[in-house]
Design a protein around this ligand. Structure first.
Ligand SMILES: [Zn+2]
Length: 299
């Protein structure tokens, strides 16, 4: 069972959750399930993923998307943008509003249905691609920016995806992605009850594994950081005792905590300071990477 990013063998299995078998690569640090899904199996698995989902735009997420695109625009002018695993399409909408020609790739049939409706309701122009990334008919060097928000952990072959993304970007183009951090404070505190410990997550990165994987795909590291901690869930676990699982109430509490922090300027300052520490020690809940394709690379 070779590591799906560095290709080395000799993984070590370990116990974190009774339900999910995991291996850790001794060479690069990637944690993975050891499952190999074909693109067809992924399409089938995620068919109904978005059925019955709340489709309203979250203003905090929208603000965050503007910040991400603002970071891109400090480096490049708006151009073609591909959001891989675009889900409900909110990032595409923000991209279009800022002058990006947005393309959304989504393999879930239920997601595509919602995207078609969003396009029609708002009279939007974005393009939808429904094939898996490794099979999609897309022109090499044709995108200025490619994004993957909480997607790479769902893939059984992340390295092949990063290589395809490198091929699809124009020279000087940007890849931005987020993914759960296996070495986070939250995971260390919560173990099998950590929010990212789900059967859908086929690989879990730490900062070292992600950096190595991006480099191997040909990217120049620009920014790799980790941020946030699931404080309400950790506090709830301490109150409940070690054996209990994650509760629905604390997921809601996590969201309400996030809203409260955003509304208060001093809580935002506390959060920013905490994020500096989490970044320094690589212990934040979410890994965030922004990397560039070499401007002198062949398209
Ligand atoms: Zn490895």
């Amino acid at each position: 069972m070779d590591c799906p990013t560095c290709g080395k063998t000799r993984p070590r299995s370990f116990d974190l959750s009774d339900a999910i078998e995991l291996y850790r690569c001794q060479a690069c640090g990637l944690v993975y399930r050891g499952l190999a899904w074909t693109p067809g199996e992924s399409v089938e698995h995620y068919e109904g993923y978005y059925a019955g989902r709340q489709t309203a735009f979250d203003p905090l997420t929208e603000k965050r998307y503007h910040e991400v695109l603002g970071q891109f625009e400090r480096r490049v002018r708006p151009g073609r943008l591909l959001d891989v695993g675009c889900g409900l399409g909110h990032f595409l909408v923000v991209g279009e509003a800022r002058g990006w020609q947005s393309v959304g790739l989504e393999v879930s049939a239920s997601g595509v249905g919602l995207l078609e409706r969003l396009k029609a309701d708002r009279g939007l122009d974005f393009q939808i691609v429904t094939q898996p990334l490794l099979e999609a008919d897309l022109q090499p060097g044709s995108f200025r920016a490619i994004t993957m928000f909480e997607v790479i952990e769902h893939l059984s072959d992340p390295q092949l995806h990063l290589e395809r993304i490198h091929n699809l970007l124009e020279p000087g183009g940007i890849l931005y992605l987020t993914t759960p951090n296996f070495d986070s404070l939250s995971r260390l505190a919560l173990g099998g009850g950590w929010r990212a410990m789900t059967p859908d997550h086929l690989c879990l990165f730490n900062p070292r594994a992600l950096r190595a994987s991006l480099r191997a795909a040909g990217f120049q590291p620009e920014l790799l950081t980790s941020k946030n901690v699931d404080l309400p869930e950790i506090l709830a676990k301490w109150r409940r005792g070690p054996s209990s699982g994650r509760s629905v109430e604390t997921s809601a509490a996590t969201q309400s905590c996030r809203n409260r922090v955003e509304r208060s300027s001093w809580l935002r300052a506390v959060k920013a300071t905490a994020n500096v520490g989490l970044h320094l020690f690589g212990r934040g809940d979410t890994l965030e990477a922004m990397v560039l394709k070499d401007a002198s690379a062949a398209a």
